[in-house]
Design a protein around this ligand. Structure first.
Ligand code: MN
Length: 416
């Protein structure tokens, strides 16, 4: 038996079309790879789509590929992740399930007497594998499902068993994500042959004593600047069991990491300490000159404190133009940690967010003398509060934009 474990596909992610295209391409390549590897079935451990309403073009490609799997009789078992839900709890996965393109294995009911969550197994017809799992919710809201889970019947069930999850497991969290809230593996039912996880975008596999193999394949394609800089590409796990079906639960399983590489990536990091905007430009050009750029994704991260000029004086347009001229596929930059003298360091000791906000606004006030201090404080705060709105489900971008514009005008025109 052979199967693939994918998670955090985030299909439809990236605002830039060029990057979104790569995300979809990664999906198609991974699926084709699964066919070549002759898998019996596939697991998607949540965050299949980046938002509850993915772009139609993405949806078209995904359904077309899933339809191919349906015809080839390779089932795709899924659970929903935190990104798959709209605020009102709707998910595209339900649509795909109604069409018979995926099988949602998060099934069960609350026992009215014990108030416990009783999960059901979905049995894969070809291999007899028993699969169940718990969907993911934003902000660890899925924790209560684990706390109220009826474990006994799950643990006693014979056969080869897979548990799918989309949550942060303490034992699996990588160092750089340690501040994330998590729950220990002991909340999971014991004795499954494989725990197919999602949510943490960092490939991790661990044999947890008393539990079994728990794994996160990470994002199938990096989902933002930081992930692109750190990983360059994503991948999935291919699990192979050597023995025949009858003794499958005792057979040796081999787990292989399968990277999905669409483009190469060049990560440029430059410490701007004691440099001027012009020196930054020449350093970046120098750093990249010996590297492979052609058809690559380039991430540029700048940090430190400039000794002269402003961050806005760095000729990024010129740098980016040069890199594109040398054949780069896509360039992105991050200057969040780059400061100039004029932008003095902010020291805020208070941890109350409102107080902090007030202090930060005051610290930075009057750098441009367009209004009196009082007026500037008032305008800044009014804008902050009136622009703190999100686009509603079903609201068009045009309508939302109009609302923002009207609101901004209203605030700025208060006394003519
Ligand atoms: Mn995710």
């Amino acid at each position: 038996m052979k199967y693939a474990h994918l998670a955090d596909l985030h299909l439809g992610s990236w605002r830039e079309e060029k990057m979104r295209e790569l995300s979809t391409k990664s999906f198609l390549q991974a699926m084709n790879d699964c066919i070549i590897n002759r898998v019996d079935f596939i697991l998607f451990s949540g965050d299949i789509f980046n938002t509850s309403l993915p772009p139609i073009d993405t949806l078209k490609l995904v359904t077309e590929k899933l339809r191919e799997f349906q015809i080839k009789n390779i089932p795709v078992y899924v659970i929903a992740g935190s990104h798959d839900f709209s605020p009102s709890g709707k998910t595209m996965i339900e649509v795909l399930e109604k069409a018979g393109l995926v099988i949602n294995v998060c099934k069960g009911q609350i026992n009215p007497e014990t108030k416990e969550l009783e999960l059901q197994f979905t049995v894969d017809p070809k291999t007899g594998t028993k699969i169940t799992g718990i969907l993911g919710r934003r902000g660890l809201l899925d924790k209560t499902y684990y706390e109220n889970l009826s474990r006994d019947s799950l643990e006693q069930e014979p056969g080869y068993k897979i548990f799918m999850f989309h949550t942060t497991v303490t034992e699996l969290v990588p160092k750089h994500l340690e501040m994330m809230e998590s729950q220990p593996a002991s909340f999971f039912p014991k004795g499954f042959n494989y725990y197919a996880g999602g949510h943490i975008h960092h490939p991790t596999i661990k044999d947890i004593p008393g539990m079994g193999l728990m794994a996160y394949p990470g994002a199938l394609f990096p989902n933002n600047f930081a992930e692109m800089e750190q990983y360059g590409n994503g991948g999935y796990y291919l699990i192979t069991l050597e023995n025949s079906q009858q003794t499958i639960e005792n057979s040796q399983q081999t787990i292989q990491w399968k990277p999905i590489e669409i483009k190469s990536r060049l990560a440029l990091v430059l410490d701007g300490d004691h440099l001027s905007p012009q020196q930054i430009e020449s350093e970046l050009i120098k750093e990249s000159s010996a590297k492979k750029i052609d058809d690559s994704i380039i991430t540029i991260r700048l940090k430190g404190k400039l000794n002269a000029g402003k961050v806005s004086e760095i000729p990024f347009n010129e740098i980016i133009k040069q890199l594109y001229a040398r054949g780069a596929y896509f360039i992105m930059k991050n200057t969040n940690k780059l400061y100039s003298e004029e932008f003095r360091e902010i020291k805020v000791a208070n941890s109350n967010p409102e107080v902090m906000e007030e202090q930060i606004i005051r610290e930075h006030a009057q750098q441009i003398k367009l209004f009196s201090l009082e007026r500037e404080l008032f305008l800044t705060k009014s804008l902050l509060s009136s622009l703190n709105i999100h686009r509603k489900e079903g609201e068009s971008v045009a309508d939302f934009q109009k609302k923002i514009e009207t609101e901004t005008k209203r605030v700025l025109n208060l006394d003519g």
